[in-house]
Design a protein around this ligand. Sequence first.
Ligand code: AMP
Length: 195
Amino acid sequence: MHNLIFFGPPGSGKGTQALRVAEKFRFIHLSTGDVFRREIAVRSPLGMKVKDVIDRGELVPDSLLIELIGDFILKYQTAQGFVFDGFPRTLPQAEALDSILKVHRSEVTCALLLEVKEEELIRRLVNRAREEGRSDDTEEVIEKRLVLYHQHTKPLTDYYTSSGKLEVVHGIGDIEDIFRNLCKTINKRIKAEFR
Ligand code: AMP
């Protein structure tokens, strides 16, 4: 089982690229943000629990994410691989993912960080707000999400550097070029796992 993690600030393009990578490698794509948006749309108990937190641009509690991911991996345990998109976002989530994967005799293949400058992120997020009308893409909420990214998610860079799993991929420019770079990086890591 290969486990790819996509992380990066909101607006880094991780969602678009994670989906394409999952299709190409035939791995199962899990966007925790999409799961929550779907649950909110059907007004499920989980959706109602997380709606306000998401609308404010805050992070959903770790315990909820860890349970969700544990159940998901169990459900698809025969899959060839997973693409985790937007998870983990905090250190406790990253540690929990390692423990869950260990139970399944697996580990993180690599953590892909899409690097994009702050001005470019804000420009993209403001555009997305106009085009998609996401309730968490208002200016105030965008700012909050970026601050929380720096506080809680950016430190994962150190976590995955120390375990030798971090791969930083340049996230500005042609979408196809970024995709090619990502695939090259992932292929190298997958080959190394077979050695
Ligand atoms: P995303 O689509 O990945 O930007 O996620 C949208 C929102 O869902 C985030 O701003 C958080 O409120 C929530 N969310 C998604 N994934 C996580 C996570 N791993 N930890 C905490 N909150 C999350």
